[in-house]
Design a protein around this ligand. Structure first.
Ligand code: ZN
Ligand code: ZN
Length: 357
């Protein structure tokens, strides 16, 4: 991964926005630009240079992980960073509006040179992160493989009477032993009526014969997330479940079919909704069709009704339509896909048929 190129790209956005430098405080953005994986770091990115500020606990780690200049601060990082900005006479400083606490902002403000300006910046690094380079795609592919393998292994252990929490723990354990450093978000296992809660927390409720089981999971490996949802059914599903499942599957495949560079992300969302409308299920689809995946589980682009984003080659996004019927249950099918020059490559290499146990 070419970290210097990323910093250069970011630096090239400074002058057009009337900035001398950007203060980067969000951990995933710091990691993206510098390679530093510690949890206390900040970057000062200007046209000519990138400097990482961290504390003494990370001195050795920072030197090994990043190629940029490192300053180990003995006191508060942002005070040290602002001292460096004053020394370099950087007078127009951008800061990450959505990624900074009020206290951190106060520190920047209290330590700026007289007459120096602080300008809020939104999504500058995040915009770069939408487009993955081949190295990042390889990491997400690997993260996805770990999740798929864990799913295959754990699905084989599901028995009536097992609790949602036990199955979630089994999935997490399999991901960890399979090479993940963590799960990319809290694994969702929701059975029966609870599957109608799109973001259910696994409960101590036992999974019973005749129930649908929604599993939404992903691995975090080398810092990169993956995201997938599959459905199990204990015993023969009813006609209603089969109909709902067929509609969601059709919507999911139609949406993947619509993925191509140059296509507005909102169009992909519309395709999924239009398919569900034919079956009368569009009102039960209560979230957006997908989101970008990378260093964070939810990042740009957004694939929703009001999204202004346009798909580009190298974006990695989820496609995850679902229908949720209160008191009955929910069905979601989710893949992580990469936008290629002529369409989409599905990274979730796993059957999409309803798995009947
Ligand atoms: Zn998911
Ligand atoms: Zn998702």
């Amino acid at each position: 991964m070419d970290l210097r190129k990323r910093c250069k790209q970011l630096a090239s956005m400074l002058a057009p926005n009337k900035l001398d430098a950007l203060v980067v405080t969000s951990a995933p953005n710091v990691r993206y630009l510098s390679g530093f994986t510690g949890d206390n770091g900040a970057l000062l990115v200007s046209a000519g240079s990138t400097t990482l500020f961290t504390d003494p606990r990370y001195e050795i780690q920072a030197a090994g992980e990043t190629g940029c200049k490192v300053i180990v601060a003995r006191g508060p990082l942002l005070e040290r960073l602002m001292a460096e900005a004053r020394r370099k006479r950087l007078r127009r400083l951008g800061f990450e509006r959505d990624r900074i606490s009020y206290r951190e902002f106060q520190t920047l403000d209290e330590n700026r040179a007289p007459g120096a300006r602080l300008d809020p910046v939104v999504g500058a690094v995040e915009q770069l992160r939408c487009l993955k380079d081949p190295g990042e795609v390889a990491l997400i592919r690997h993260s996805m493989q770990i999740a798929v393998r864990a799913f295959e292994q754990a699905a084989g252990c599901v028995r009536s009477g097992m609790t949602e929490a036990d199955l979630a723990a089994e999935l997490d354990h399999r991901m960890r032993t399979g090479g993940a450093e963590a799960s990319s978000f809290e694994t969702i296992v929701a059975a029966g009526r609870r599957s109608a809660l799109p973001h259910a927390r696994p409960s101590r409720a036992p999974i019973k014969e005749g129930q649908l089981v929604l599993i939404d999971m992903g691995a975090l490996a080398d810092g990169y997330a993956s995201d997938m949802t599959r459905m199990l059914h204990l015993g023969e599903p009813s006609r209603k479940v089969r109909q709902m499942y067929a509609a969601v599957l059709e919507a999911q495949m139609a949406a993947i079919e619509a993925v191509r560079p140059g296509v507005p992300a909102a169009t992909v969302d519309r395709v999924a909704r239009r398919t569900l409308r034919r079956y009368g299920f569009d009102r039960l689809f209560v979230h957006s069709t997908g989101h970008g995946v990378g260093l964070e589980i939810h990042e740009g682009p957004r694939l929703g009704r009001t999204s202004q984003d346009t798909l580009e080659t190298g974006m990695v996004v989820t496609i995850e339509p679902g229908v949720y019927l209160a008191g009955f249950g929910g069905i979601r099918i989710e893949d992580t896909v990469v936008v290629t020059s002529n369409g989409a490559e599905v990274l979730t290499q796993l059957s999409k048929q309803l798995r009947i146990l």
